[in-house]
Design a protein around this ligand. Sequence first.
Ligand SMILES: Cc1cc2nc3c(=O)[nH]c(=O)nc-3n(C[C@H](O)[C@H](O)[C@H](O)COP(=O)(O)OP(=O)(O)OC[C@H]3O[C@@H](n4cnc5c(N)ncnc54)[C@H](O)[C@@H]3O)c2cc1C
Length: 459
Amino acid sequence: MARNTAESLAALEEYLTKHQPSIKLLTPSSPDFEGVRACFIKRDDLVPLAIARPQTAVDVQVLVKYCVQHNIDFVVRSGGHDCAGRSQVRGALTIDMRDINYVRVSADEKTASVGGGIVFRDLAKALEARELMTPVGTVASVGYVGWATLGGYGPFSSSHGLGVDQIVGAKVVKAKGELVDAGEELLRGIRGAGGIFGVITELTVKIFPLKGLFVSLIVFDSSDLTTTWMNYSAGYEKLAAEQDIPRALQLHLLGIELPNFGKVFAVAATWSAADHEEGKIWINKIAALGPCLMNNPEVKTVSAYCAFNESLLTWGSYGRAYTLSVKKYTPKLAEVLAKYTSSLPGGGIAISLHMLREPAPNEHSVFGSRVEHHMLEMIAATPVKELEAKGTEWAAGLTRELREADPENVMESAYISLLDNDDMDCKKIYGAHYETLVALKKKYDPDNVFKYAIPRLSV
Ligand SMILES: Cc1cc2nc3c(=O)[nH]c(=O)nc-3n(C[C@H](O)[C@H](O)[C@H](O)COP(=O)(O)OP(=O)(O)OC[C@H]3O[C@@H](n4cnc5c(N)ncnc54)[C@H](O)[C@@H]3O)c2cc1C
């Protein structure tokens, strides 16, 4: 049994002070403790033993070795955006990676090596200073490693692939504290199953030239939400059947409550190619799929795009996100989404659909869904505590009605990042890669030292 007690904390403090003072240790009595422990999902009940902030890979090695030798439970976090609050574990030591946040661009500007705790904001800023980018997701404070290794949807998914597809190298601290450069076999597992094999101190990822992202938040007249959602989904499917929609165009559908607009159907459109005139034409085609209240295409940096999305959210939200993936926009899907947009309980609760168009196969990854699909996020997280139960009920209703109304369209595999331990079926999520994943876990972490990482496999 793990020994996470006041006595073991005192011993850890003494050890680090003497042997590895570079590691910052925050105990519950430290003035900064609550601020540093904050995660996107607020869990007042899950107070860690302490928070250790390593500055280097060597610091991480020391921490892992010490915890294993002294039987101390630990969990790793970066951005703190796990949608079910799983990177908070009561009484465990949190290894907070956020101080390891460097970005080193290779001489040929084809790859960058990034620290295991970097968040989108810092990564995007460092790259855009050199007119470069690597795919990231939507919200500035999300941790890059947590996002990229478990899947990684975002504005570049259709043009450049998912987060997992960008990873070309990793440095990992394994269960005995050894720091290794992951070989191809281990990399395959990391591309889809994150930190279950060890603590990732560095990822090397593909980078690309980018002068600016062309973006527009298109808000449609939503006085009749059913007609709006239905017309859009039928219009989009027709457009996709008749024309070759460029991969640079990414459409992120939202059922959301916006200041000055109320409950609306909106599309966050992004264009990642250099020709912004062509981007404008395509964004305008999308805006023409319904009566449009707002459409102002503009060039933004990736970091500004992520910062804008962050401004729509509140840190410290109760509840969680739910998800399922669907094959395409259908009238039944549109009808259910319209119904649940009109019944949004408020407090920031929202619907979001990320698309993955014509994904390239990647046998060097264990990520499950490699067919065209839309990942539906039911964001039932809200800073308003009183709305938590309502949000959960709303998401359960939406899930149930979608499964009943459109069963053929709902995929078996779903996005692991948005599930919780008791509603994830790893066999379905990883599909044909499941056995490979289990074998890799048995080989690289046979004693399940990284037991709190996602996915929590029972091997
Ligand atoms: C507001 C919000 C917006 C989001 N937007 C998107 C989006 O646009 N696209 C998308 O695909 N997903 C999105 N997500 C989901 C998000 O990508 C995942 O929840 C992701 O795992 C969060 O990573 P994090 O580092 O912020 O979270 P954390 O809670 O810090 O970590 C999540 C998991 O990653 C592991 N981990 C993190 N860093 C390391 C490391 N260095 N070594 C080993 N393990 C590590 C942790 O142990 C933990 O299990 C969003 C979530 C939220 C709450």
